[in-house]
Design a binder for this molecule. Structure first.
Ligand SMILES: *Cc1c(COP(=O)(O)O)cnc(C)c1O
Length: 473
């Protein structure tokens, strides 16, 4: 055991005067560098009193160079953002936990400009008077959906909350029992209804709801007939639900508006790109919905936001609700949304330009070629404990869009090699992949670690390959 006297450490002043530390001060500032030096010295002193050096400082324990190097690592680690770029090889294109839609270049450039410049967010450049931020995208949304008016809020959950609070506070809203959805993250229709101050009036049964159920549910307190997209589940078998087209005349007869929460509202017929058809916002408006709500960052492929489109008088009422102020979007969202909506004016070029659609429509042959090219490199760094093969697999759209539809995909399947002595080899590998500078997120199932290559586009492939070597360490 050493004593206080035998622990000899350089002074803080000597450390900070060292050339390497001067570089740290230039980069991180004096305050932070000084605090770091003190913290490292304190730890070294404790460690040396206990008879050890600071592992990271090597044999000599406490040379100024070693301390400065250690400080550099620590400051760099502290400065690293907690929000990190990752490779999404889960096979779920719109992965809610990985940030959903990736945005096209046009949106990226617009956001960068909005970050660095004052913008006419609420300023009418023609009159010089105060403007309305919704005006920046409303005309485009009208054109793309056929609706009379539109407003944008923070996300679709906010859109539903605001719509219900505006139209149905202290009144009843009729929803089929088959449509009382729970989306991940505590969004449940009955709970949102309560928070909005509306009274849910469930009609029908889980698997079958008839028009008569809606008709019988209507009374003098009814303020809205609402349909909710069964985003993340499907009811099959002996089922019956009421189409919007059947509901609209009933609502009209009683002068009650209809609303549809479309969830992942899409603006184009996806069938033209070889994907399963999903009811579009335009079709929903055309079928007579008075209001439609949908997300900006699901199939639409834009930034996180919620869109409400529909009848001008109802949208105007929604915009007057004080909650709108609390739920409104910022300039970055609108900067990103406008160019994404613009892309929809050229549907023939959309699959090339809209990142989400490009990923969803990636040809299997391209993913297959990529898998075969990456296979030997991955096998080499993983060594004999693992067996890597290129295999077909299935991707999902994600975020509750078309939950039962699977997209044929291709990627790498990693299994524990026969005779491997590692315990939980796939768990260990999954963790090593997550520890890479740009973490790689795959999916484990059937004793296999699946790396679906659908979302690894050519632009990111070099970065993926470049860090593979770190896996062998
Ligand atoms: C996804 C979804 C929501 C929530 O949308 P967010 O944009 O995530 O807030 C609400 N309703 C339905 C039907 C959905 O699919």
């Amino acid at each position: 055991m050493k004593t206080e006297q035998t622990v000899r450490l350089p002074s803080v002043d000597r450390i900070l005067a060292d050339a390497a530390c001067l570089d740290l001060i230039a980069h991180y500032g004096r305050v932070q560098t000084l605090a770091c030096a003190r913290a490292v010295l304190a730890e070294l002193r404790t460690a040396m009193l206990a008879g050890a050096g600071l592992a990271q400082c090597g044999e000599e324990g406490a040379s100024i160079a070693a301390i400065a190097a250690h400080m550099g690592e620590r400051l760099q680690a502290q400065a690293r953002s907690r929000l990190r770029a990752v490779f999404n090889l889960t096979g779920t294109v719109l992965h809610t936990n990985l940030g959903r839609a990736l945005l096209p270049d046009a949106a990226v450039h617009a956001v960068v400009e909005a970050l660095q410049w004052p913008m006419n967010l609420e300023f009418d450049l023609e009159t010089g008077k105060r403007g309305d931020r919704d005006d920046l995208v409303e005309e485009l949304l009208r054109e793309l959906t056929g609706a009379e008016a539109a407003t944008i809020v923070n996300n679709n959950a906010a859109a539903v909350l605001l719509m219900l609070n505006t139209l149905a506070q202290n009144k009843e809203v009729i929803v089929s029992r088959g449509e009382l959805v729970e989306i991940g993250g505590a969004f449940r229709i009955p709970d949102v209804m309560t928070r909005a101050g509306a009274v849910l009036r469930e009609v029908g049964s889980t698997n079958r709801t008839h028009l008569a159920d809606y008709a019988n549910g209507i009374n003098e307190h009814t303020s809205l007939l609402m349909k909710v997209h069964c985003s993340n589940y499907a009811i099959t078998g002996f089922t019956k639900s009421v189409e919007l087209g059947e509901l609209v005349p009933l609502a009209a007869q009683h002068a009650i508006p209809t609303a549809v929460d479309l969830g992942s509202g899409t603006l184009v017929d996806l069938a033209q790109y070889g994907l399963p058809h999903e009811t579009t916002v335009r079709e929903t408006i055309a079928a007579g919905a008075d209001l439609v709500t949908f997300s900006g960052d699901k199939l639409l492929g834009g930034p996180q936001c919620g869109v409400i489109v529909g009848r001008a008088d109802l949208i105007a009422k929604i915009k007057r609700n004080p909650l709108k102020r609390a739920l409104r979007v910022g300039k970055l969202t609108l900067a990103a949304l406008a160019p994404v909506l613009q892309l929809y004016r050229a549907p023939d070029l959309l699959a090339e330009r809209l990142t989400t659609l490009r990923l969803l429509t990636r040809p299997a042959a391209a993913m297959r070629a990529q898998a075969e090219q990456l296979l030997p490199q991955l096998q080499q760094v993983l060594g004999k404990s693992y067996a890597v093969t290129a295999e077909s697999m299935t991707s999902q759209i994600g975020s509750g869009a078309l939950p039962v539809d699977q997209l044929p995909s291709f990627g790498l399947a990693i299994r524990s090699a026969p005779g491997s002595r590692l315990s939980n080899p796939l768990g260990v590998l999954e963790q090593r992949l997550r520890a890479l500078p740009c973490p790689v997120i795959g999916r484990i199932g059937q004793d296999t670690l699946w790396l679906d290559l659908r979302c690894l586009e050519a632009a990111h492939e070099t970065a993926f390959i470049a860090q593979l070597d770190e896996l062998s360490a």
